[in-house]
Structure formats: C-alpha cells, structure tokens
Write a protein that binds this ligand. Structure first.
Ligand SMILES: *Cc1c(COP(=O)(O)O)cnc(C)c1O
Length: 472
C-alpha cells in the first residue's frame, strides 16, 4: 500500500470520526483496563508480524474505539483544542517531511513561517515586529519570539530569560540565593515546576494577595514587591495570568504593569489560554495592558484550533530574548552569511518540529476571522451555561465566567463532585473535570468543541441533576 492509498483510507475514517460525534454511552470517552486496550490493538502481534497496509486500517479502527473525542459536542474536560483541518494537514505534512527547523538550513519554509507567524502574534499584542532578517538595516529595537513545545516549557523559557536579565553572571555563578518569583496562589503549576527546575525552592515563590476570582490585584503585587525588597530579595519577575486555569479569570494587566514598571521588575504574562482573545476585537479588551509586559506565553493548542503542541514565547525586547541562554555550541552557533534565521539560541530545545506550520495552517484554513468567531462562540456558550445555572435553584456557580471556563456544582450533592464526575466519565457521554477553587472542589467545564451548542449544555445539566439527586 503506497502513501496515497494509505492516506485515502485513513482520511475517510478520520473524516467520519470528526464529523459525526455520536450521543450516548461512550460517545466522548471510553475508559477500559490497559490490558484490554492493548489486546484490542493487538500490540504484540504488530511488533511480531508487522502491520502492513491493511493492518494499519484494522489498527486505526481499534484505536478509534478507545479515543477521547475532543470533537464531541459533549467534551467539556480540558483546555485542549479539537484540531481543525488546517492543523491536521500540518501534522500530516510535517509527519511526512520532518524538517527540524530550529536552524534555517533544516527547514527554510518552516522557519520562514515561524518567523512570519511570530511577527503576526507580536503585532496582535501591539509590539513592533522585526523586518525579514535579510532586510534589516539598523539597530532599531524590535520585539521577538520563538515557538516551543507547550506552555510549561514556554513558561520555563521566559522565566530563564527574565533571570538572565536580573542576574547576568548567572550562567557563570549559578543562582543568587536572594532570587524570587512573585505570582498568585492560583498561578498554573507550570510556574512552580519552572521555579524548581531553575533551582528556586518553594520559599522563593512569593504569593501576592488575590481577589475573590483568584486574580492578582495591583495592590497585592505592590505589597509583595515591597515585602520582597524589605527582605532584600531580588524578584526575577511578577507572573500574571490571562486567564486562570481554574475559573478563567483575567488579571488586571494594565494596573499590574504600572506597578512592575515603577519597581523595575519584569512582568511575565501567562496567556497560555487567554492570549487567543487578542484575535477578537470584541474580546481583546480583557488583555488590556498586555503590551506593557516583558514576556508573554501563548498556546496554540488551547484556543487556536491546533492539535498539541505549539506555544509562542514572546518578548517585548528582542535582546532579552536573544540573551536568554548563554551556552555556545560552535558547530551550530556562528556568524551567518547564508540567508535565513536560526531560532536555536532562543529555545531550550535543539531539535524541534515545524510548529509554525501547524499554527499557521490552523489560522489560514478559513482565515483569522473564522478562528476569532470560534473563540467568541466558546465564550458566549460558557456565559449561556452560567446564566442557566444562575436561574436554576439546583446549581451554583463559583464566579461569573470571563472566558470559556466555568466552575459550578449541583447543590444537593455538595461534597460529591468527584463522585459525580467519575459517574459521568464511566458513562462516557459527557466529559468534564473538577478543580479546587477558593477552598472547595467544583465541577469544571471548558467549552472547546466546535460542535458544542446550547442543547449540549442543557443536556449536561439535566444529566447532572439526575445523578446529583440519585447521589443525595
Ligand atoms: C495550559 C496552561 C499552561 C500549561 O501549558 P501546556 O501547554 O499544557 O504545557 C500554563 N498556564 C496556563 C494559564 C494554562 O492554561
């Protein structure tokens, strides 16, 4: 079976898979013991005998029997996009071509796309994008960025760049023990991980006070910065979030940026999820002030319709971006006479895939405006769910949603949120998550699927009401 035949068979099945998400048991998620799944996939047999063309078809059929369907209208579980055909095309192209383009000569088209895409993202933030490298005339200051594999790695990358600015001899001397980071207790756990990897202990993470939404306040940041100074600590950065993972709250970036500027402290904005709102004229006000940040992390695989992973790490100052890592590898880093641009010095990764291709094709599939409409629709449906809940005496919501994330619970089964979720997942029609927020556990939905409608939300609430009454 050649690539064309294989492609035709796989595409037909995958098309059907994406287009007709079924209802009922197992429609969205189907859990089973791993031995059962391994058996259904005939994993051992494949290794022993080889799959061949027809075997791949059988394998795909078995595989699709145990997938979590992000395209299902009843998928509400996590902040992961159902990829659009543009993103799927990119995965196919990159899977076949494989151009690890962190150096230009290993993928000129992919590197050019990454450069152009980053420039587009920089201008959406409101930062000056650099011209093509071959056309640069002067030493004008521009913004800059790089694509990496995921928001967690992106957070680490940006914080390392911030640390290099605060302590330039770091790569020689190691961490100054006075270094610290300032964030809200609600900050994504990627921040704590990045801190640990950077050699900062938990005691070097200062939690600034937050409001009832779990969002930072300018006063809280101000107090934390003063306290840090009084204790003779050196803040690497203040980390603001737009929006939070638990309830989708946007920090007041404009006010926080003013405090950071006054104290001369780097402001990092974790916009892994909410950066997408910049695409929509109606929603971009939620990130007001983002152009005053020093660095921004923005995931494509959350709200930009791409499959995992593609994350932009963006910097207001190109020089801070270029100085992030100080090591040298002489076979890779040298003065360039050939055309193009190497991203290598901006990232932790050495080999990396054509991430810009995925992001670009997801946007260009129907154009940026279509992706913006998708984002607006997800936000609006979440608001619909919140209004339904507010009007229903059986349910209560944690906070008014600002994005497409909503925490709520049925009143009769308070304290049984984990049990309710387990029941739902076992049935497999609806898939949602739970989270700890403001001292208790909540059911949490993220409206991500392009197939979700008001009806899907109504059905979810009805099923939850039945289960909650039974569990009471
Ligand atoms: C998802 C998310 C992250 C982590 O990004 P990954 O791509 O999953 O590694 C970090 N911060 C926020 C606010 C997020 O929503």
């Amino acid at each position: 079976m050649n690539l064309q035949q294989l492609n035709a068979t796989l595409s037909a099945r995958l098309e059907a898979f994406q287009q007709s998400p079924p209802e009922g048991r197992g429609a969205t998620v189907r859990l089973a013991p791993m031995a059962e799944i391994a058996g259904a996939l005939a994993l051992d047999q494949g290794l022993r005998e080889g799959l061949g063309g027809a075997g791949v078809e059988r394998f795909l059929d078995a595989y699709l029997g145990y997938v979590t369907r992000l395209h299902s209208e009843s998928f509400f579980a996590h902040q992961t996009a159902a990829p659009n055909p543009g993103s799927t095309a990119a995965a196919l192209i990159d899977g076949a071509v494989s151009n690890p383009m962190a150096i230009f000569e290993m993928g000129p088209a992919a590197a050019t796309i990454e450069y152009a895409l980053i420039n587009r993202l920089l201008s959406l933030i409101g930062w000056p994008a650099p011209p093509w490298p071959e056309q640069r005339q002067s030493d004008d200051r521009y913004a800059a960025g790089v694509l990496v594999h995921g928001g967690s790695l992106g957070t680490l990358t940006a914080l390392v760049a911030a640390r290099t600015q605060v302590q330039p001899d770091l790569w020689e001397q190691g961490n100054d023990p006075r270094l610290c980071l300032i964030c809200a207790a609600e900050a994504h756990y990627a921040v704590q991980r990045a801190a640990g990897i950077m050699g900062l202990g938990r005691r070097q993470i200062v939690h600034a006070a937050s409001d009832a939404r779990g969002a930072l306040t300018a006063a809280g940041v101000e107090a934390a910065l003063r306290r840090a100074r009084a204790e003779q600590r050196t803040p690497i950065a203040v980390i603001a979030t737009a929006c939070s993972t638990s309830v989708g709250a946007f920090d007041p970036l404009d006010e926080i940026a003013a405090v950071c500027a006054e104290h001369g402290v780097w402001l990092h904005v974790d916009a892994a999820h909410g950066g997408a709102a910049l695409l929509s004229p109606a929603l971009r006000g939620r990130l007001r002030g983002i152009a005053k940040a020093d660095s921004v992390v923005w995931d494509a695989h959350k709200m930009m319709r791409t499959g995992p992973l593609a994350t932009a790490v963006l910097y207001r100052d190109e020089q801070a971006c270029n100085a992030a890592f100080e090591q040298e590898a002489s076979y890779l880093f040298h003065a360039k006479e050939l055309p193009g641009f190497d991203f290598l010095h901006r990232t932790i990764e050495c080999t990396k895939s054509a991430l810009g291709l995925k992001w670009y094709l997801a946007l260009a599939w129907e154009g940026e405006a279509a992706v913006a409409r998708y984002i607006e629709r997800c936000f609006a449906l979440t608001r619909y769910a919140w209004e339904r809940i507010c009007a229903d005496a059986d349910f209560v919501a944690a906070v008014e949603p600002e994005a497409n994330i909503l925490c709520f619970r049925p009143l009769v089964a308070a304290g049984k949120e984990l049990h309710l979720r387990d029941r739902l997942i076992t049935e497999g029609e609806f898939h949602l998550s739970t989270t700890q927020f403001a001292g208790s556990r909540w059911l949490r939905i993220v409206v991500m699927s392009p197939n979700t409608s008001e009806r899907s939300i109504d059905r979810l609430l009805e099923r939850l009401r039945e289960l909650a009454t039974a569990a009471d």
